[in-house]
Every structure is written in structure tokens, then in C-alpha cells.
Design a protein around this ligand. Sequence first.
Ligand SMILES: Nc1ncnc2c1ncn2[C@@H]1O[C@H](COP(=O)(O)OP(=O)(O)O)[C@@H](O)[C@H]1O
Ligand SMILES: [Mg+2]
Length: 365
Amino acid sequence: MSDSVVSSIMSDSIITLIDVEKSFGKNKVVKKMNIDIKEGEFITLLGPSGCGKTTTLRMIAGFEEASSGIIKVQGESIEDKEPFERDVNTVFQNYALFPHMTVFDNIAYGLKIRKRPKDEISKRVNEMLDLVQLKGYENRKPDALSGGQKQRVAIARALINNPKVLLLDEPLGALDLKLRKQMQVELKRLQKKLGITFIYVTHDQEEALTMSDRIAVMNEGVIEQLATPQEIYNRPITKFVAGFIGESNIFDGKVTSIKDEVLEVETLAGTMKVKGNGFNVGEDIHVSIRPEYIKVSRDPVEGFNLRGTVKDFTYMGTVVKTSVDLKDNTEIKYSRFEKDEDFKEKDSVNIYWNPERAVAIKASK
Ligand SMILES: Nc1ncnc2c1ncn2[C@@H]1O[C@H](COP(=O)(O)OP(=O)(O)O)[C@@H](O)[C@H]1O
Ligand SMILES: [Mg+2]
């Protein structure tokens, strides 16, 4: 356990995972996971299907036991507590509503099993209906609701227990794009208003970027980077993160010279520059550059030797996506505003960028 993990447990942490691992038989699906979640934080576990997101969430919820490591809620180890004893509630992608119960009874469920008085239940359910904007729907059965409405009932049902932490496993996955975008905004507002901690699981990087205070990018059971959306987007620390978040051009190469923290890198596609520190001449490196930072010139640019041929254009409203084939057949993606430039298909061009806009990534990562 590192010192930083120990010291942060003593501050306003609400959930802490220390070296948590999970195996199913010989298959280790969560590896040495360390994460420290603050009270009121919106944190997202983001990664491709099968990387261990749901398993992590289920361990926090208590539906699954960790194979090793420690999970704490507000500094207390919770291994010995049953799921219903934890101040943690879960919302699933498939809603898991009781089909034979009305909206009212579905939402009231958590208080009923706690044997709360009738008038308290009625008051709280009405507050929840208000909160998720479902007043007037209380006597319907789930079958008579849209996907978005079902999801709101599921959220209300979880929130009525006043959890300190709400776990959401791909809660918007079944909704169409427009409704999903709308629910993203609503959920974020709700979380701010209530001030409770959300641990949100998604494989959708755009969703993670818009909603989260911090994102844990997972790959094969490992958190590769845990940081704010801005840092994840602008400063990916592994090749996987650079490739998974947004669109990027990623090159493999070797550092050939270094001057004032600007590295000259030789790749199969040609020579390029990137700002970076902690690298040595001769070291293997990845260079990542976003399509929006690519520049194109007819004349050669100092420090760059990336000649290519303009391949095609894709018009996307005000932005044009362009691809350029380089000499090793790498395809560079770049985007620009329609009015910006006057290159045509088959034009010979030189690709370059501001070295500070590119990201230098250790090849070992
Ligand atoms: N109960 C289980 N028994 C065996 N393997 C499981 C079980 N649950 C999940 N897995 C495996 O663990 C890995 C991670 O699964 P999961 O956490 O559901 O990933 P994600 O939610 O990121 O898609 C997958 O390879 C999955 O097949
Ligand atoms: Mg899952």
C-alpha cells in the first residue's frame, strides 16, 4: 500500500479499493486495483467490453467477493457486511424492475422491506417521483413505460434509500442516442443536486468525458489511467488510453535527438517532433497526435519529414475530416474547418504539428 493511499483514506474518501483482485477460476479479471473515491465525486469506470468494469462494481456492491485486497466505505472495511447493509445502491442496465408492481410500489420497495411507516413511504415516494419527473405515472406497470421512464423508476428506487453511493452499470445502454444524451445531462444534474457519489460504468468514451469528475480507464482488469476527463483526453499516459479515447494518430518510433525537451522521433512514416521529458536518445516511444492538431503545408517544415498524398474528405457539418496516406501506407486523420484550406484529393502535402500538441508515451506503457 502506498503512502498516498494511506493518507487519502484519512481525508474525505467514501470508497477505497486497496490492491483489489478478482479471479474466476484461473482467469484473473481484476488486477491490483487501487482507487480512492471522494465523497460527492462522479467517477466513471471506462473500458471495452470484458475489461472488468461490472465485476469491480459488483465487488463494491457486495454481490461478488474480492479474491484479495480490501474495500472500504468511509474508512471501514465492508467485506463482512451484506449488500443491504452497505450505504450503496445499484442501478442496472436492464432496470431490474418488478414487472407485477406499479411504479409507486417499485419505488417504495426499499422502504417497505425496512418496514417504514406508510405515511413516510408515501411522502418519500412522492419526493422521488418529483425528482425524476414521473408525477402522474405512479399507478402504471413497467410494461406501460418507455425505456427512459423505466430507467428513471430504477434510479428513483435506488435513491429512496438515501444511499451515500450510487453504482450505475451502463444505465443508459438500452436507450437510443437522443434520449441517452438527454438522460446524461439529467443524471449529472441529479448527482450535483443530491451531492451523492456516483460510480458509473460505461464503455462509451464520449459519455465518460461529458459526465465525469474523474475517469478510470480500464484495460484487461487494470486501471491504465485515473484522471480528469481533460487530462485523459490531452495527456494519455499509455498507448491504449491514447487509442481508446477520441480519435488519435499513433506512431511507434525511436528518439533520435533531444533539444529543450523537444524530441525528434524516427518512425516508419518519417521524422516527427514531440515535446516530452524523461526520455533518452535511442529509446523506443509512441507519439500520439489528435486529428484537430494536424497541420498541412505544401513546403517542407523543419524537424518533420512526413510527406503524403491527400486521400479523401468526409464532410461533417462545419468540420471536414481528411485522410492523408504517408509513405509507409500509414493513414493520417486530420480535421479542419471547411473554409480553412484549399487542398484537393491526390495533392502532395507535408504533415506537421506544434510539438507541444503531440503526446510522448513511454513504449513500455
Ligand atoms: N461469474 C463469472 N464467472 C466467470 N467469469 C466471469 C464471471 N463474471 C465475469 N466473468 C468474466 O470476467 C471478465 C470481466 O467481465 P465484466 O466485469 O463483466 O466485464 P465488463 O463489465 O467490463 O464488460 C470477462 O472475461 C467475463 O467473461
Ligand atoms: Mg459490464
